[in-house]
Design a protein around this ligand. Structure first.
Ligand SMILES: [Zn+2]
Length: 132
């Protein structure tokens, strides 16, 4: 399980990638430019994390940036995915309570949490529940 201290050491890009791959189920693909695996296929696409190319990933249009740490619309997409899984939703609220120090598990904790806190809690809960 990833600890909160370990989560705090991740960069924003690493958090977003973890969320995209582990929680959203996006896939890494091979980059023809730098020959590393570099992006995630989903509704939104990301450029290669190593060379920032999008053509190397076979895209014909530049990707739209996906950042659920700052964009509430992108978080909403994560939230919809999250709500499909009742156990994960429950464990997410528990993790959020642990992070914020509010042990009531009430929806108010969720409403007051900022996006980076939500993302960290979700990654932590997902890791604990599914091992990734
Ligand atoms: Zn690349």
């Amino acid at each position: 399980m990833i600890t909160l201290d370990e989560l705090r050491q991740l960069t924003d890009d690493q958090l977003i990638e973890k969320l995209a791959v582990d929680v959203m189920g996006w896939q890494n693909v091979w980059c023809m430019k730098c020959h590393n695996t570099g992006m995630h296929l989903g509704k939104y696409r990301m450029p290669c994390r190593d060379c920032a190319s999008w053509r190397g990933l076979g895209l014909t249009l530049p990707p739209r940036p996906w950042n659920p740490l700052t964009d509430w619309n992108h978080w909403r997409e994560v939230e919809l995915k999250l709500m499909e899984d009742e156990t994960l939703w429950h464990d997410f609220l528990k993790a959020l309570s642990a992070i914020t120090g509010d042990i009531t598990h009430h929806i108010g904790v969720y409403m007051e949490a900022d996006l980076p806190t939500r993302v960290s809690a979700l990654i932590s809960a997902h890791q604990e529940l599914y091992g990734k």
